[in-house]
Write a protein that binds this ligand. Structure first.
Ligand code: TXA
Ligand code: MG
Length: 354
C-alpha cells in the first residue's frame, strides 16, 4: 500500500477576483518544486500538482487515497498550452474550447508523450480544461506549466466547494490551500470525449448537454453506474462516489403529493433522518423530526449547495438522507448523477396517487 503524502499545510486567503500576487507566486513555486496546492475553480476546489512531473502527480494519488486507475484532469490557462499536452486536436475541439473555455468543459484528447503515464492511468488520452476562475488561472501562470488536479477531497467523499472542506479532508496532505471562498457552480466540469465514433459525454457537469448540442448536435450520453472494479470508459464513473457517511435514499416520480407522502412515511419509520430539499419544499415535512438542508431557490442554487449540504447533514449526525431526483434537463442531469452516486443507485420509484 502506498504511504499517504505527509506535509505541513499552510492556508492563504485570496481575493477570488483579484488575487494578491504574493501567495500566488509562493503557490506557483510550490508547484514547480513538486508540491501540492489546493485551489478554487468555478466548479469545485482542485488538488494541484505539476502535470508534467510524474513524482508530483503521484503525490496527488497518495494524498487523496485515490486508486491508480482513475486519471486526472489537466488544467491550462491558455489554449497555447494544449500543444504540450495533446496531439491531433480536432477542429471541433477548438470550436468547443472557443465557446466554453474558460469554463466547466473538460475535453478528452489524444495525449502527448510528455504527459506522465500515472496522470492518465496508463491511457493514451488526456483530459484537459481551462478553469474560469482568476485564482486558478493566476496559479497556472505563476507555476508556468499545466496543473493536474482532481477534486480536492479524500477519495469517494463529496467534492469540496469551500477551502474548509479541503482542510477537513486533506489537512497535513497538501502544502498550500488557496482559500478563494465558495465555488460558484458547485458541481464538477462536464467531461466530453471526441475520440470515439460520436462525441460522448462521460460525466455530466457544469456545462449542460443542451448547450453542448448547439456545437455538437450528434452528442451521446449513456449514464453508467458501474460497480467499483468494472472497466469503464471514464474510470471515475464507478458508482460509489461523492458518498456522505449517511445512507442516501432517492425518491423519483412526477406526483409531488405522492413523493412527499412517501418521504413522510420513511421519516416516521426511521430515526436520525435528514432531508435535502428546495426552499419551496423545505417546510413540507417540517412537522416531522428531520434535519433539513435547504438547497436554495432553484436547481442552479441546488448545484452550488449540494456537496456542502451532504457534508453538513453528515456533521449533524443523520443516518439517512432523503432527496428527490430532479428532472434531467439543464443542470438537473448533473445533480441527479451526483445524487445517484451518493445513493449508490438506491432509488424509490413513487407511483402517482389517483
Ligand atoms: O470540475 C472539475 O472537473 C474538477 C476541477 C478541480 O477541475 N476536477 C475533477 O476531477 O472533478 P476529478 O479527478 O474529481 O474527476 C476527473 C475525472 C476522472 O474521474 C475520470 O473519470 C475523468 O475525469 N478522466 C480524466 N482523464 C480521463 C481520460 N483520459 N479519459 C476519460 N476520462 C478521464
Ligand atoms: Mg472527484
Amino acid at each position: 500500500m502506498r504511504q499517504p503524502y505527509r506535509t505541513t499545510t499552510v492556508c492563504f486567503q485570496v481575493d477570488p477576483q483579484h488575487p494578491d500576487p504574493r501567495p500566488i507566486a509562493r503557490a506557483g513555486a510550490t508547484i514547480r518544486a513538486g508540491g501540492l496546492v489546493a485551489f478554487p475553480t468555478e466548479t469545485v476546489y482542485g488538488l494541484g500538482a505539476n502535470a508534467l512531473d510524474s513524482t508530483a502527480v503521484e503525490k496527488i494519488f497518495r494524498a487523496k487515497g485515490r486508486p491508480a486507475n482513475d486519471p486526472l484532469i489537466v488544467h491550462i490557462a491558455d489554449l497555447s498550452q494544449l500543444s504540450h499536452l495533446a496531439v491531433s486536436v480536432s477542429e471541433i475541439a477548438y470550436r468547443l474550447f472557443k465557446r466554453f473555455a474558460p469554463g466547466a468543459l473538460t475535453l478528452v484528447l489524444n495525449k502527448r508523450e510528455a504527459v506522465p503515464a500515472n496522470l492518465t492511468a496508463g491511457m493514451d488520452t488526456v483530459a484537459v480544461r481551462m478553469p474560469d476562475h482568476a485564482v486558478a488561472l493566476a496559479l497556472i501562470d505563476a507555476a508556468g506549466r499545466p496543473i493536474a488536479a482532481p477534486s480536492a477531497n479524500r477519495f469517494s467523499r463529496p467534492s469540496p466547494t469551500t477551502a474548509q472542506h479541503v482542510a477537513h479532508d486533506l489537512d497535513g496532505r497538501v502544502d498550500i490551500i488557496l482559500d478563494g471562498g465558495p465555488t460558484s457552480i458547485g458541481l464538477e466540469s462536464t467531461i466530453l470525449s471526441l475520440l470515439g465514433d460520436a462525441p460522448q459525454v462521460l460525466r455530466p457537469g457544469g456545462v449542460s448537454l443542451e448547450a453542448l448540442r448547439e456545437i455538437v448536435p450528434d452528442l451521446t450520453y449513456q449514464p453508467q453506474y458501474l460497480p467499483d472494479d468494472a472497466a469503464a470508459p471514464s474510470p471515475g464513473s464507478m458508482l460509489k462516489h461523492y458518498s456522505p457517511r449517511a445512507t442516501v435514499i432517492l425518491f423519483r416520480g412526477d406526483d409531488d403529493e405522492a413523493i412527499w407522502a412517501a418521504m413522510k412515511t420513511f421519516a416516521k419509520n426511521h430515526d436520525h433522518v435528514g432531508l435535502l430539499a428546495l426552499e419551496k419544499d423545505a417546510t413540507r415535512i417540517a412537522d416531522l423530526d428531520v434535519e433539513v438542508e435547504s438547497l436554495g431557490v432553484d436547481l442552479d442554487a441546488a448545484a452550488t449547495r449540494l456537496f456542502s449540504a451532504l457534508r453538513s447533514l453528515d456533521s449533524r449526525g443523520v443516518e439517512w438522507i432523503l432527496a428527490r431526483l430532479p428532472d434531467t434537463t439543464g443542470v438537473g442531469l448533473a445533480i441527479g448523477d451526483r445524487l445517484l452516486r451518493a445513493a449508490e443507485g438506491v432509488v424509490i420509484d413513487v407511483k402517482p396517487r389517483r
